[in-house]
Design a protein. Structure first.
Length: 254
């Protein structure tokens, strides 16, 4: 039996990249995974198919974030998906991964971009937790995907960095509040990862080499590098860790 057998997980933004790797790893460890997506239906269904082909259990969940009634929609569809599988409307693992970046420094950032970034990276995780508390079982796990941009100054991603910093503040506060229920709350901060997000920044071998050099290992990170850390935080092995941000950037900026 896997370390997460009998557990139910919701991974937001699980259609591609880091989210797909997390969903796939949690399913491989035995969890039933709700593969959330905002707009890319085909990618989310491909994630589910990959999990099923490997003998895991998953189902797609459509629910754009940063729009009216986003959280209510997500949980209504989570409950419906679980009911269809004969499972109770409970939750053990919530991974707040969904996100995007709008590049821009202090002279370029717009109020619209700032509001969109905060809505998805900070507001949605807060209210997904709030609404999910009635379903989240004792000993549950909340993992927020942050960014090394909260530690290493990235002037060209100002609003994104601010939104991720808010997510880390949420992590620490929730950890203290939810401790009595034995629920751990942690964040993971990736560095440069080979996903579609910001792919144009390393579209050439020269650009990729430049970004790889930020890590002490002189390579780009892979989605599985992050998924493995999340899997640990989702497991019983992490029971004595909460309120922490685990830097998973390959030593970026050391």
């Amino acid at each position: 039996m896997g370390t997460l057998t009998g557990r139910t997980a919701l991974v937001t933004g699980a259609g591609r990249g880091i989210g797909r790797a997390i969903a796939t790893r949690l399913a491989a460890d035995g969890a039933l995974v709700a593969v959330h997506y905002g707009s890319d239906k085909d990618s989310a269904h491909e994630t589910v198919a990959r999990i099923s082909d490997d003998g895991g259990r998953a189902f797609p969940l459509h629910g754009p974030l940063g729009v009216p009634d986003d959280v209510r929609t997500v949980y209504d569809r989570l409950d419906a998906g679980l009911h269809a599988l004969g499972e109770p409307a409970t939750l053990d693992i919530l991974v707040n991964n969904a996100g995007f970046n709008v590049r821009g420094g202090v002279s370029e950032v717009t109020a619209q971009d700032f509001d969109r970034l905060m809505a998805v990276h900070a507001r949605a995780p807060l209210f997904l937790v709030q609404e999910g508390l009635a379903r989240l079982r004792e000993g549950g796990r909340i993992v927020n995907i942050s960014s090394a941009a909260t530690r290493v100054a990235m002037p060209t991603s100002l609003a994104y960095s601010m939104a991720k910093a808010a997510l880390e503040a949420l992590t620490r506060t929730l950890a203290k509040e939810l401790g009595p229920r034995q629920i751990t709350v942690n964040s993971v901060a990736p560095g440069f990862i080979t996903t579609d997000l910001n792919r144009r920044r390393w579209a050439t071998p020269e650009a990729e080499s430049l970004h790889a050099a930020f890590s002490v290992f002189d390579r780009m990170g892979h989605p599985a590098d992050i998924a493995d850390v999340v899997a640990f935080l989702a497991s019983a092995d992490s029971r004595w860790i909460t309120g922490q941000c685990i830097d998973a950037s390959g030593g970026t900026g050391l």
